[in-house]
Design a protein around this ligand. Structure first.
Ligand SMILES: [Zn+2]
Length: 400
């Protein structure tokens, strides 16, 4: 009688490659033929690809897919993707991917204020590699003194959070002490901006430096789920860089829920921390304002809501836009420089609210505003009471 064992070895290998990688060692223990078939690296190549999207071994020191699966992907493959480090109120954005010869974690920080069109600033956090003798090596890449040992532990069964701990915090210290560290950090944070820094901004920067330093050696990360593309929405969901006045540029995740558009902070500040719902707007009531109605904030505030709601407005239909006299914007010039023209129209406008709070997220409240969509990659939020327009520009880095 024909049994599975009478199959040609290639076919048995092919069939076994459909089993999850974690079940293959048990399959190998069934009999000699199974054991031989599981030892074929093609089986592991398929598992690396199907389970973790890894199909090349270029750059890895121990080049078998079986090692790749057993020593790297099975223990650490869940790390691949986007994460939010818990750094006090500041949050953050970390992307972990397989690059040439390692799993690499990179911190993506907002660009220097107020250049919202600039790319995110990248900084290496840690890597996972294989050594010559086939051991798994975890290395912290922070600080000026080169890579050093770190440990990573999963924090829950669902692998939705993990903790990274540096084993040599002294490697983060600059030779010149804290002053030099602060100086180097300020240069990174401010770029080559020559803008005068008010005392308040200097205080905010110093606080950010102090708090971020506390999380340098041990940090908890939570998984970020990015929204899927959608149909019939005024602007596709995803990550945006937005201007937050003296707090600089912050990253928000734009999503949709029922008839609402939501902007949740991925990075935050001591007033409104990461993870808070910074802005939201009601899509069921699109607005259309004439240029006259946008002349000044005083005129805009007198406009009767019912007069400007246009429920039958086509999605993306251009309408007049003007920054009302008395409202300041931050970041608009960078958008206009990019497209070589002044923005005089928008594609959609909605009533909404924005979250404000005093230091330490005290006395938080939602304040009225307009969410204004300018293009597929740019929207604004007009904070009516704050008399300011925040500009949000799409994050173009690919996190797949
Ligand atoms: Zn370290």
């Amino acid at each position: 009688m024909a049994t599975i064992l009478s199959l040609p070895p290639e076919l048995l290998t092919y069939l076994l490659s459909f089993l999850p990688g974690v079940d293959l060692p048990r399959a190998a223990s069934v009999c000699k033929q199974f054991n031989e078939s599981v030892a074929v690296d093609l089986v592991w190549q398929k598992r690396c690809n199907v389970e973790y999207g890894v199909d090349k071994l270029e750059g890895w020191r121990k080049p078998t897919f079986r090692d790749m699966y057993a020593k790297i992907l099975h223990p650490y493959g869940y790390l691949l993707g986007l994460w939010q480090p818990e750094i006090g109120p500041y949050g953050g954005l970390v992307y972990i991917e397989v690059v040439y010869g390692s799993i690499l974690a990179t911190l993506y920080q907002p660009p220097c204020d107020p250049n919202v069109t600039a790319p995110l600033r990248k900084k290496a956090c840690f890597s996972i590699t294989l050594t010559e003798d086939g051991r798994t090596e975890l290395r912290c890449l922070k600080g000026p003194k080169g890579p050093h040992k770190c440990v990573i532990t999963s924090q829950d069964d669902m692998k939705e959070s993990f903790c990274a701990k540096c084993c040599k915090p002294d490697k983060h210290r600059h030779e010149g002490g804290r002053t030099e560290e602060l100086q180097a950090w300020l240069e990174e944070e401010l770029g080559n901006s020559e803008e005068f820094l008010h005392d308040h901004i200097q205080e905010l920067l110093l606080m950010k430096f102090m708090i971020k330093s506390q999380y340098e050696t041990v940090c908890l990360y939570k998984r970020i789920h990015l929204p899927e593309p959608m149909h019939n929405v005024p602007i596709q969901p995803g990550l945006f860089k937005g201007t937050y006045g003296s707090h600089g540029v912050e990253v928000v995740n734009l999503t949709y829920q029922d008839m609402q558009i939501l902007g949740t902070k991925v990075t935050g500040d001591p007033n409104v921390p990461a993870c808070q719902l910074s802005i939201e707007a009601d899509l069921s009531e699109p607005l259309r304002l004439s240029l006259e109605q946008q002349q000044t904030l005083a005129i805009l505030e007198l406009v009767d809501k019912e007069d400007v709601i246009v429920r039958d407005q086509g999605l993306g239909e251009e309408q007049p836009f003007k920054l009302p006299h008395g409202v300041s914007d931050r970041g608009m010039n960078h958008i206009q420089d990019r497209i070589h023209k002044t923005i005089t129209t928008c594609r959609a406008r909605y009533f909404g609210t924005g979250l404000i709070a005093s230091h330490g997220f005290m006395n938080s409240s939602r304040t009225p505003g307009h969410l204004i969509v300018f293009s597929e990659d740019v929207f604004g939020f007009l904070w009516l009471e704050l008399r300011s327009l925040s500009i949000y520009s799409r994050v173009h880095e690919k996190f797949v």
